[in-house]
Design a protein around this ligand. Structure first.
Ligand SMILES: *[C@@H]1O[C@H](CO)[C@@H](O)[C@H](O)[C@H]1NC(C)=O
Length: 281
């Protein structure tokens, strides 16, 4: 009956980007893609306007983390006219990219499109190279953090990689089920420490790829620290505004909480408000 407790570790960098290349003078309000048409034009053929609904302009799922367990360590969730019919002929598209700590989106270009990138989470090193000009091929690149945006001008070769690798001196891992700690080891800087505060019943997995292995990194474990240490830790967290996602339950609902815990039906840690002094946020 392991409850799954996940501490927000800046493990993945997450960006959204969109590319643009459009018809300068459309002849109608929209040309929603008709996926069933056999006609091949510049884009999909247009669906009859009277059959178009709001859902043709709608896409959901960009909040979903995509698996990065592949060779590049990156996963691109594309939102193009292939998946969002209302985008047809508008010349814009969007995507979500998830990057594991070591991931690289290798240099590539989109000949007809410019691209703007927004970092939603983590740190990313991104840049582009100019065409062969009198100054040679110039590199314009920058380390980006959450909230930053960066633009790649039309057709130029560009790249991104997750710059979180080797950037953390310590990580507290509270995941109490068996998991792969390889990406976390990549995140540690030399002499960094991974502290296991959760105690999985099954063995942890670690593939010692070179840079997750070198640099005198260490893995340590800890159990509950006793009342005094716990109080100190909570005071420290409060002072520095370090908070956790919890589900607050009152004392009279404790049996219900135990049942839900047994069923694995709790996303975060339950906190019991014994004195009824707290109100749920
Ligand atoms: C990308 O993520 C999706 C959703 O997690 C997954 O189904 C797909 O296999 C992933 N693709 C790659 C190449 O890893």
């Amino acid at each position: 009956m392991a409850a799954r407790i996940i501490l927000g570790v800046a493990l993945l960098a997450l960006v959204s980007s969109h590319a643009s290349a459009s018809d300068p003078s459309p002849l109608q309000d929209f040309c929603v893609a008709d996926y069933d048409s056999n006609v091949f034009v510049n884009g999909f053929a247009c669906k009859k306007p009277k059959d178009v609904t709001a859902d043709d302009f709608y896409f959901t799922g960009l909040d979903q983390t995509a698996s990065t367990a592949n060779r590049l360590g990156a996963n691109i969730t594309l939102v193009t006219a292939n998946r969002l019919p209302g985008l047809n002929t508008l010349g814009v598209a969007m995507s979500r990219v998830d990057y594991a700590p070591f991931a690289l989106n290798p240099p590539h270009s989109h000949p007809h499109a410019s691209e703007i990138l927004h970092v939603a989470e983590g740190t990313l090193y991104a840049g582009f190279v100019t065409s062969n000009t009198a100054q040679g091929n110039r590199l314009f690149a920058k380390k980006l953090k959450k909230g930053d945006a960066f633009v790649f001008p039309q057709g130029l070769i560009h790249f991104q990689f997750n710059a979180a690798m080797g950037s953390m001196d310590g990580i507290i891992d509270t995941v109490s089920v068996a998991h792969d700690i390889t990406p976390l080891m990549f995140l540690l800087e030399p002499r960094g420490k991974l502290i296991m505060a959760g105690a999985p019943a099954k063995p942890l997995h670690w593939t010692p790829f070179l840079s997750s292995w070198v640099g005198e990194k260490s893995v340590a474990g800890t159990c509950a620290g006793g009342v005094k240490d716990t109080q100190e830790m909570i005071d420290f967290a409060a002072e520095h505004n370090i908070a956790a996602d919890i589900e607050l339950v009152s004392m009279d609902r404790v049996n219900e909480a135990m049942e839900r815990l047994g069923k694995g039906d709790v996303r975060y840690r339950f906190v019991i408000d014994i004195g009824n002094t707290l109100t749920a946020a």
